[in-house]
Design a protein around this ligand. Structure first.
Ligand code: GLA
Length: 677
């Protein structure tokens, strides 16, 4: 965006003296200079996303020199350095509370007896690089001296110490909240770093407040796109979802940063950590390990050092994955790679196993007869005729690298065909103590037959799972499916809910080349259908219930925190003895088993929030909307909803926030009644 600047001489002189001087483009007769507003960052760094470690997620303020040195040692001894991890980064709390007499920052002498300089020397002696943390405010988030107004001194101090990476935070920023102020504060440190002449990766941490993906491409090497990550599934998922649409802003030297890794910290399963690492790599995110590596399990180490996955993150083309589809939590992401391959992530954000599929051409590859496909977590090579599909466990990711080369495609004929195997979605449920049936399928997606195919399936301990037909096929031709029916019995007393069934499909490709065994997963619903007659919904056991604040309550309103903390359900002055108290967004699911005809409920916003709140009630039968209240406010009072649920297996009671956030959205289903039989 060109800017007109008067006072030609003063400007040119100042500009020439200014490191990282902007291009002075045109000089006209009426002494007008047109200049680009900001110097390009152009520090030649982070041509692929930075990889390393940062202490914050695992240690908070508990950082010291020993931890940094031991982490550097561990990078070398564990092979993580060879896998590409380079930066050992110190986060907040490394300083004392006062600058020295010369105005310079002072490392805490107890935590860092050798200073940052001595620590950096040690890290450098291992062939690694050192990162540090500061803040574009008067104090860091933990209250240590900030760099606002001290940019030149602090950048020079970091350079003198041998720092190679700066994470620059946003607490205590004295900001008027304008974008101009953000650009100014972050640009000041960029220019101060540039003026030192030392290559220092510059990592902006303004939490996405001013949409840095729109302006920071020439300010920082990366920018945080969201608030802080926590070590749990919903935090990781929501950060991933916020970061996904920002792909166009990322590229060599300037990356979206969805925050540091939580892999290994214990708040997610290994399946979830593999998804976390898969998504961060697909999204060209900085890969900054955030766990105590000295205590890492072999599984944590194997996730973090998966070179096939790291190669996606570090691919020199530097194109962040884009989302091809995401219906029902079934995400397909695709990422072009420098050698013409495409990475494809089949990511299941849902709480049950789901089949996710796409094709090589949809992922951006040219149409061919055969594609070489590599599963980057199982490290198995396959061929595919074009369809890419898998049944992905809840919260899991199948990560594929699909070759764009015809030669690789032809060579892959020696590999086994890709099989699409799983449990067919069942419409009904299995009643505890009584048998139900499920069906497995295994379809040859390759170009040649699969040989000696055999399917195995088991349930949780105490279940019986027995095949009702053939579990094998001597030769499964291209495109054909081996379908097997199984009798499944859950022990009497099994509670309502979804239970995983796990199995394998095992087969050969070209005779004489080894056998592959791939997982086959799915889940089955255990539930009892409601009895004939009129049922108060709040007396039945739901299959699942999600809610924004606190749990869904039976027969009271939603009290926002603990179970049982609500009040009597009250809409427009009328109190209801029975019902469900929710806080939008919410969804409660019941199993009907096909034997019910109608669901009737009074709905409305509870009186307890003094007239606030706006919500919309919807009823779905087997995924189809059968009732909708429209947006309701407390002033609308109680409204009657009727839904025809004839023949439905599942009914879902949904409340949305009415489109304006969930503040005070206490949504009551008052006297919801189900007519069955
Ligand atoms: C902010 C940042 C975190 C961490 C802390 C340190 O919250 O977003 O990543 O650096 O400050 O105080």
């Amino acid at each position: 965006m060109p800017r007109t600047v008067r006072r030609l001489l003063a400007c040119v002189t100042a500009g020439a003296l200014w490191a990282g001087v902007p291009a002075l483009v045109a000089v006209t007769a009426d002494v007008t200079v047109t200049a680009t507003p900001a110097a390009a960052l152009d520090n030649g760094l982070a041509l692929t996303p930075p990889m390393g470690f940062n202490d914050w997620n695992a240690f908070g303020c508990d950082v010291d020199e020993q931890l940094i040195k031991q982490t550097a040692d561990y990078f070398v001894s564990s092979g993580l350095k060879d896998a590409g991890y380079t930066y050992v980064n110190i986060d907040d709390c490394w300083q004392t509370h006062q600058r020295d007499a010369q105005g310079r920052l002072v490392p805490d002498p107890v935590k860092f007896p050798d200073g940052i300089k001595g620590t950096a020397d040690y890290v450098h002696s291992k062939g690694l690089k050192l990162g540090i943390y500061e803040d574009a405010g008067t104090a860091t988030c933990a209250g240590y001296p900030g760099s606002l107004g001290h940019e030149t001194t602090d950048a020079q101090t970091f350079a003198d110490w041998g720092v190679d990476y700066l994470k620059y935070d946003n607490c205590n920023n004295n900001s008027d909240g304008s974008r101009e102020d953000y650009v100014k504060r972050y640009t000041a440190m960029r220019d101060a770093l540039a003026a030192t002449g030392r290559p220092i990766v510059y990592s902006l941490c303004e939490w996405g407040v001013q949409s840095p993906w729109e302006w920071a491409g020439d300010v920082g090497n990366s920018w945080r796109t969201t608030g802080d990550i926590s070590d749990n599934w919903s935090s990781m998922l929501s950060i991933a979802q916020s970061n996904m649409p920002l792909a166009p802003a990322a590229g060599p030297g300037h990356w979206n940063d969805p925050d540091m890794l939580e892999v290994g910290n214990g708040g997610m399963t290994d399946t979830e950590y593999r998804s976390h690492f898969s998504l961060w790599s697909m999204m060209d995110s900085p890969l900054l390990i955030g766990t105590d590596l000295r205590k890492a399990t072999p599984e944590t180490l194997s996730i973090l050092s998966n070179k096939d996955v790291i190669a996606l993150d570090q691919d020199r083309l530097g194109k962040q994955a884009t989302v091809l589809s995401s219906d029902g939590g079934r995400y397909v992401l695709t990422k072009p790679l420098a050698n013409g391959d495409r990475a494809v992530a089949l990511f299941n954000a849902g709480d049950q196993a789901q089949r996710i599929s796409t094709t090589a051409t949809a992922a951006g590859l040219a149409r061919r007869g055969t594609y070489a496909v590599r599963d980057l977590w199982s490290h198995t090579a396959y061929n595919s005729a074009g369809t890419l599909a898998a049944t992905v466990p809840a919260h899991g990711t199948v990560l594929l690298r699909v070759s764009g080369s015809a030669v690789a495609g032809a060579a892959s004929l020696l590999d086994p065909p890709l099989l699409d195997a799983g449990l067919a979605p069942a419409s009904g449920a299995v009643e505890p103590g009584q048998g139900g049936t499920v069906r497995t399928y295994a379809t040859d997606l390759g170009v040649l037959p699969a040989g000696k195919v055999s399917v195995a399936l088991k349930g949780p301990d105490g279940w019986s799972v027995t095949p009702q037909g053939s579990t094998g096929s001597a030769l499964l031709a291209k495109g054909r499916t081996l379908s097997t029916t199984w009798k499944v019995t859950a022990p009497a007393g099994t509670g309502t809910g979804y239970y995983p069934l796990t199995g394998t499909v095992s087969y050969t490709g070209v005779p004489g080349r080894g056998r592959v065994t791939a997982p086959l997963s799915g889940s089955v619903l255990v539930a009892v259908a409601p009895p004939s007659g009129t049922n108060e919904l709040s007396d039945l056991t739901w299959v699942s219930a999600t809610n924004d604040w606190g749990p869904v309550e039976k027969d009271t309103s939603n009290g926002e925190t603990a179970a049982g903390d609500g009040n009597p359900l009250t809409i427009g002055g009328t109190v209801y003895a029975k019902g469900l108290g929710t806080n939008a967004p919410s969804a409660v699911t019941y199993y009907l088993g096909g034997g019910c005809s109608a669901l009737d409920s009074t709905v409305g916003v509870d009186d307890e929030k003094d007239g606030k709140g706006s919500v919309e009630f919807e009823i779905e039968a087997d995924g189809r909307q059968v009732a909708d209240s429209g947006v309701l406010h407390n002033a609308d009072g109680p409204k009657q909803l009727h839904a025809d649920v004839a023949g439905a297996q599942i009914v879902r009671l949904v409340v949305t926030d009415g489109g304006d956030g969930s503040d005070s959205d206490h949504a009551d289903w008052a006297e919801p009644r189900l007519t069955c039989g």
